[in-house]
Design a protein around this ligand. Sequence first.
Ligand SMILES: [Zn+2]
Length: 398
Amino acid sequence: MLINFLWIIFNLITPLNPKENSTIAEKVYANLWYTIGEMETNPPVLEIRNSMNCVASYIPNENKIIIETKALDVIRSFGPDSLNALAFILSHELVHFLQKQVEGDHTSNFLSYDVGGALSHRAEKQADIQGSFIAYLSGYKTTHLIGSLLEKLYAAYDLTDKTLYGYPSLNERQFSGEEAMEKAEELIYLNDAANYLSISGNYSEAAAAYNYILKFYPGPDIYHNLGVQYIEEALHLSDHNIDRFIYPTELDPQTRLKKPFKHDGVKSLDILSTIKRANLLQDAQNAFESALKRDSSRGTHHLHLLITLCLSEQLEKASKYYHSLPESIRNQKETKWEFEWIFGIIEALSGNEISAKNAFSIIIRDAPAEYTQIANINRHLVNLKASGPLLKDYSCPL
Ligand SMILES: [Zn+2]
């Protein structure tokens, strides 16, 4: 909302104000980078140049993404769609940065597509598809823009009716772009469908959709969402409840906790369900480790790996992992209380009942109100020894 407001103000400023240009571009760029994840390398530096060569470019040996003021002029002419157009171009170049991580150095050029450029048609199409999808995950709608954006850029760069070495004709570039947008729209539709399937409890179908998306965009959030489906499916595998505590990831813990509780946990499952649960939790662990490989800065990926380790009874590993995490991860405001919560569960499952109860008591005392009821229930469950419905005597609604 704030960014849109700033952009409207920006559009009212004439002539072009280079400082404002830079501020808006940096904000959009930072949003896109946040979606892509921290990774192990430094993000390319964004630079605005007055040249008129390439619209935008990723230069590997300088680790820079360039966007030209001429291109920003074109982008501004899109009015309410300006941020979307800007996001599409920056995101396209960021995908070239990602490609470099696996394919080696090639300087990209936004206009040079298939004809004589250093990058292949496949790499350019991938940049259009992934770029558009990354922009969508960052809150920008871009798939409707490509035809008119290319038309205006070609006109601004005086390329509309020319055939120059290294540049496809406008029609060729538009055709490739439209094809890429069809694929991007399919990914966006699937991602929305996967989110809906997950909310409605269809975890294996949701997982299939996320797995398909990963073939085109192996981003940390997609791996994370995939891992969550595996956890949820593992939690709901049996007609009985075999997991004593409420976990931070659960959308509907009440339904599970109302099932008859089997105190001997996984041992109560038949052999096929035991194997299926082990596979699901291994897949979940792989998914969160993949998310962490791409972005180790987000507390929620670490938290979900800890949940998976608890559910698969790797308690020693969970405890070591929890204590190895720096304060900067454990204290992130989005997940600070969830880390205390999972610590309580690790301690309870490891037999450290006093420490577990203490963790849940800290949540009840200090955390915001929405955590209180769940912490109360989890504290109540620390000493539970008998089998039966966990919530039978516990009328407090979740
Ligand atoms: Zn490109």
